[in-house]
Design a protein around this ligand. Sequence first.
Ligand SMILES: Nc1ncnc2c1ncn2[C@@H]1O[C@H](COP(=O)(O)OP(=O)(O)OP(=O)(O)O)[C@@H](O)[C@H]1O
Length: 256
Amino acid sequence: MTSSSDMPILEARDIRKSYYKNQIELPVLRGVDVAFHRGELSALVGRSGSGKSTLMHLLATLDQPDSGEVWFNGKRIDNLSRRVRDSYRNQDIGIIFQFYHLLPELTALENVLAPAMISRSVLGYLRERRSLAKRAEAMLDRVGLLERRGHKPSEMSGGEMQRVAIARSLMSEPQLLLADEPTGNLDTETGESILELLQQLNNDDGLTIVMITHDDAIASRADRCYRMQDGLLVDRLKDSPRKASDNANKAARLIA
Ligand SMILES: Nc1ncnc2c1ncn2[C@@H]1O[C@H](COP(=O)(O)OP(=O)(O)OP(=O)(O)O)[C@@H](O)[C@H]1O
């Protein structure tokens, strides 16, 4: 029998996805099975065009597969209504991207607050605005950027913008962070500091992280690593089940 701690937090089952150009089918995912476990830092590594971002979009329910299933915490989520999928995305997962996706007119603090504002009614936001602002400051502090709270993206470095994006992704206390090439736009040293931050969030807070990268050296920092090639998962490169159970216990303690 599978105990709840063995159950993957996020799972893709036989996922297939094609794009069409001039009525010609381009199969991008050709039957992907992959399971990510609570408390682990996992990497999906593969060359450009292997289908990593497409898979991440499906795992995040930003798009739907042609066939196959996506499961989160033991529930199928790919076939839910748009509204329920949106709420999964807003509440249960955090997402960060290579190019940060910050709003240029807003300060760091306002960017961190933006999803909380958008997902609430005006009244709901006004009622909670003090505690939300406090939490946003705590998240900026967590990523080492509190003193930059009033800076706009144009006044920040790439590494700082990625930290703001990470702080924003943590606002809803997600169970899982999906990171698409989180260091892809950064120099080696800055990328290293972002990787260290992700490792801290994983080790210290028990946050489950799935990181997409084309870089083997970055992927080697993960506890578990899967290789994608031409729309298929071809290799499971390493496992670390002990870390998983340690972190699952840590996450359970945090929730309690
Ligand atoms: N909306 C789309 N329409 C048509 N083709 C697409 C679309 N999105 C992606 N593709 C194609 O699907 C394939 C896989 O793309 P995907 O972005 O998933 O790969 P990737 O491994 O993440 O690559 P990269 O590291 O360069 O982002 C590529 O050949 C790409 O050109």
